[in-house]
Structure formats: structure tokens, C-alpha cells
Design a protein around this ligand. Structure first.
Ligand code: SAH
Length: 373
């Protein structure tokens, strides 16, 4: 059996230079003072970054130019440069491949809907969880992203939405404000625990300390690292937890989500229940439906039963039609099989919906673009 990298916080290897968004507001004031500038400049800088969404020193006319260049140079280094951008869904979905300071590639996907705009961010470059159906899982973990590299993906998405870069349906202008953030890009967020939790604070703190997005509009998705779910439960956050279950039985889950050999389905669901009890929030159960692999009627029945027992009304199943990765032998289930699966889960009294699948034709799902390079 392959050994799994179960560390929660891998080394700082390759992390970028310090950035304003790595720091709490107290740390920002200190960092500015250490540079010999007046502490209130930290607030001004934060206002430019988190409220005006800019890192351009020319735009910061309230800061004297000498101080400005120094502060921007020290605290707002460029973290992400766009390498490629792909659009589909009539412009309402946009995927960006970013290059970090050390050449590492990562992706984020921006999705506009009539009533909201969501960005799907990466928490790691690559992923160590090795789920065989996921493109990112095939390449292994390259490195953790820093807090600021995560926050900057959201900041850039928020600026794009504000600037009308996301086309709406029928060419209409989409929403004007980024409303939702999902940690469903590359990586296992709970394996980069501290940086992800810090990023959630920066994303959700009211401007100018943070980007001012509601915690309830942020989703953290995990393969089910049980101790980390318990730790997250203690953080007193209101973010939504999503658990990538993909099958209700340990035997198959050991192969689909290899970390299951460490924490079983029951243990994961118990931890999820703990999170739901503490936060009062329903847990999303992610289920990538794979033809002839996990789509059998008996599995739908077992899924419904187990979720009913462990989570009751606190479960919401999201069925995701499998997005086949290049070279994979697996495919999505036929529509009638999918419909029957959903019907059976619901028959157990558990909510179940099919995820709208954006960006298929631009390989927007799950690490495909970075894998293509
Ligand atoms: N590591 C985290 C978050 C990243 S992936 C997690 O596993 O939850 C976000 C979701 O996309 C997960 O539920 C993942 O299992 C799913 N996913 C990965 N590859 C997929 C594919 N090819 N088709 C459909 N869903 C996929």
C-alpha cells in the first residue's frame, strides 16, 4: 500500500515572500512600523488591497510616493501572474491558470449566475490525496499555497466581477459583486489547515481588514481528514463544510478516496455531524457519480440510510456527474441511472440535488488545466 502524506501543515517549501494578506491587522501595523512607516499606513494599504482590490502603487495617492513604493514593494509583492484564461458558458465561466513566484501553476475558476458570482480557489498546488478520478490527484502534491496566495485568487476574482469581466447569460451583464467562495480547486484545504483558516478570516473580515464576504457564503471541501474537521469545528466559523464522500461503503471508498483507509466513512460522518451540531449548518455531501462504479441502486439506498442515521436533516447530497479526466477509463453515469440514484437517496429522507456542471469544455474541473500546463 502506498503511504499517504497525512501531514496537516507541510513545510514552508517554496512559499512566496511575505504579503499583506498573510498578516492579521495587528501584524500589518507592526510590519509597517518595522519598515519605519507610520502604523496608520497599514490601514491605508489594507483599504487599497481589500476594499479597492488593487495593488497598483499609482492608485494609492493618499500615501506619499516614496513610502508608497517601499510599502508596496515590501507588503504587496506580485504573487500570481495569469498564464492562460479560458472562457465558456457564453462568458459566464472563466478559468485562469496562474503562475506563482516560483513557477508553480495553480488554477481558479470564476462562475457567474444571475443572482451570484462564485470563485473556486486552490488551496495547494497539486494534491497529496491521490483520488484516482481527479486530475489534480494524479500529479501529487507540489506545495502548499500561502494564505496570501489563496486570498489573492479571491481578490482578483472580486476585481474581475466588479469590473464586469464576467459575461452573463445572453450577453447580459452578470452580478457586480463576488458573493461566494468555494475551496474546490486544486488541493486538500484541510491538509493546509492553518493557512486556509487564516485565508477564511481575510476573505470574510469586513473591509478594510478583509474582503467582506459572508462566512456563510464560503465552502470548505474535504476528503474527510477527521482530526482537522474536529479542529475546524472549534474555530467558531460559519463556513459550509463539504465532504467528498463518493460512496457510502468503506470497501469502495478505500480505492476512490484512499485516505479512507485512515478514517472510515462512519468516522467522517460523525465528525461532520459534530460540525453540523456546532454550527447549525447543513453539510454538503459530494458524490461524483461514476458509471458502473458507484452508481448502483443499492449504493443510493445505503447512502441515504447512512446519511439519515448520522446526519438526518443536516445532510445535503450534491451529485456531481463525473467529469472524465484525460486517459481515464471512467465516465459519467447515464441520465436515467443518475435520476434513479437521486430518487432513491431522496426516498430515505435526505436532500439530494445534481450539481450544475460548469466549464466542462474548458477542462475547468479539478486540476485539468494545470495538468495540461
Ligand atoms: N480536496 C477537496 C477539494 C477539491 S475537489 C475534496 O476532495 O473535497 C472538489 C470536488 O471535486 C471534490 O468533491 C472532488 O472529489 C471532486 N472531483 C474531483 N475530480 C472530479 C471529476 N473528475 N469529476 C467530478 N468531480 C470531481
Amino acid at each position: 500500500m502506498t503511504s499517504l502524506p497525512l501531514v496537516f501543515d507541510a513545510p514552508r517549501r517554496g512559499l512566496p515572500p511575505r504579503h499583506l494578506a498573510d498578516l492579521s491587522s495587528a501584524e500589518r501595523a507592526q510590519a509597517v512600523a518595522d519598515l519605519g512607516e507610520k502604523p496608520f499606513r497599514a490601514k491605508q494599504l489594507s483599504h487599497h488591497y481589500f476594499a479597492r482590490l488593487t495593488t497598483e502603487s499609482d492608485a494609492m495617492t493618499d500615501i506619499p510616493s516614496t513610502a508608497r513604493d517601499r510599502l508596496v514593494g515590501e507588503l504587496l509583492p506580485t504573487l500570481l501572474s495569469p498564464v492562460r484564461q479560458l472562457r465558456c458558458d457564453e462568458g459566464a465561466t472563466r478559468k485562469t491558470l496562474w503562475r506563482a513566484h516560483d513557477g508553480t501553476l495553480l488554477e481558479s475558476v470564476l462562475m457567474g449566475y444571475p443572482d451570484r458570482a462564485t470563485v473556486c480557489v486552490s488551496s495547494q498546488a497539486g494534491c497529496g490525496m491521490a483520488c484516482p478520478f481527479c486530475a489534480t490527484g494524479q500529479g501529487g502534491l507540489r506545495r502548499n499555497l500561502s494564505t496570501a496566495e489563496i486570498v489573492d485568487q479571491v481578490r482578483l476574482a472580486a476585481a474581475a466581477v466588479r469590473d464586469g469581466e464576467l459575461g452573463g447569460e445572453d450577453g447580459a451583464r452578470g452580478p457586480q459583486r463576488l458573493s461566494n467562495v468555494v475551496f474546490m480547486g486544486m488541493g486538500e484545504p484541510l491538509a493546509n489547515y492553518r493557512r486556509v483558516v487564516d485565508a477564511v478570516h481575510r476573505i470574510c473580515d469586513p473591509a478594510p481588514d478583509g474582503l467582506g464576504i459572508s462566512q456563510r457564503s464560503v465552502t470548505v471541501s474535504t476528503v474527510g481528514l477527521v482530526p482537522a474537521i474536529r479542529k475546524l469545528t472549534e474555530e467558531e466559523l460559519q463556513v459550509r463544510l463539504a465532504v467528498s464522500l463518493h460512496t457510502p461503503d468503506d470497501e469502495l471508498r478505500n480505492t476512490l478516496v484512499p485516505v479512507n483507509t485512515r478514517w472510515t466513512v462512519s468516522e467522517v460522518l460523525q465528525a461532520a455531524r459534530g460540525y453540523a451540531d456546532r454550527t447549525g449548518r447543513r453539510v454538503s455531501i459530494e458524490y461524483a457519480l461514476i458509471r458502473d462504479v458507484n452508481d448502483q441502486p443499492w449504493r443510493a439506498d445505503l447512502l441515504g440510510k447512512k446519511l439519515h442515521t448520522h446526519l438526518g436533516q443536516f445532510a445535503h447530497v450534491n451529485v456531481i456527474p463525473l467529469n472524465p479526466t484525460p486517459g481515464s477509463k471512467w465516465d459519467a453515469s447515464p441520465k436515467p441511472v443518475q435520476d434513479e440514484f437521486v430518487r432513491r437517496v431522496k426516498a430515505q429522507g435526505v436532500e439530494c440535488t445534481v450539481r450544475d456542471t460548469r466549464g466542462r469544455e474548458i477542462a475547468a474541473a479539478c486540476g485539468q488545466l494545470a495538468a495540461e500546463g
